[in-house]
Design a protein around this ligand. Sequence first.
Ligand SMILES: [Zn+2]
Ligand SMILES: [Zn+2]
Length: 336
Amino acid sequence: MNVFRVRPAALVFVSLGVMFLAGNSLGQTRDDEFAITLPSARTELRDAPSESELLAPTRVVVLGTGTPIPDAFRAGSSIAVIHKGESYLFDAGAGAVRNAVIARYKYDIPSLYPSLICCVFFSHLHSDHTMDFSELAHTMWWRRNAGLRAWGPQGIERIVNGMREMNSVDVEIRTGGLQPVQNPDGFRVSARTIEPGVLLEKDDLVIEAFAVDHGDIRPAFGFKVTTDDLSLVISGDTAYSETLVEKAQGVDLLFHEVISQQGLLRNSPGFQRYHNNAHTTSEELARLANIARPGLLVLYHGLFYGTEEELVLDEISAIYDGEVILAEDLDVFPER
Ligand SMILES: [Zn+2]
Ligand SMILES: [Zn+2]
């Protein structure tokens, strides 16, 4: 039961002395493994990545493992790939930016400081993947060296235009008064519409989008990220996808959404039909993993519908003998 779990976010709040209860009495945590001492609010600026950031191995931090269903322990869908001092986000569901701040200090990753995050790629435009887009683009925008770069399916421009209008009041207030504004254009988001293929190449980093099958939500994309020391595929939301199977062949990490087979049966016929079209059941994912054989299968964006979350692992392990884990927010990979 979640009520007995102490997740990283809760402990960070405790360490900050903020009144925040997560099923435990304040200060009476069962486990202080994740307790970290944070400085008070800190302004972070950076002209360029440091030497140690440039030399660090590629890392992946899961910022959000959730779904549209509100969850006290899971932010909306978001995965960050950190490579040579830059953070590349894949989706930005509600709470992802808050978790980025925590991860910045927990793992000492400067590029996860929100106004230093350069880039975000949206798999599709369902709100559980986009709710923190504005948060990401506008958090301390006046200190951004450059506006956020965003890639997304058709419709991304509409969202960016809407966000610009929403934020225009703040821009007028801050640029029209006494506040020093380092970059008056820092709020501007540059957006590109995704077509399948390579979206970004930088040094040894290659980010590629490929079409997946999210039922009648079209287009929807998965992503493949390759660097000199890591390869991974991120499913976004999708039903069983042959293209994904192909792209995920032998990758180090496969992050894949999932719906519990038993959880699915608890839905109304209408929702079962919808989910069967739009999402991948645990059985289907096990079959997929048997073909793709990733180094590690990481489940995120899990739809459980009241079943014990761990049940989905049993459902997969019954068919797939490879390594599989169910991600929690703020998990980091590779685990070294
Ligand atoms: Zn979703
Ligand atoms: Zn979706």
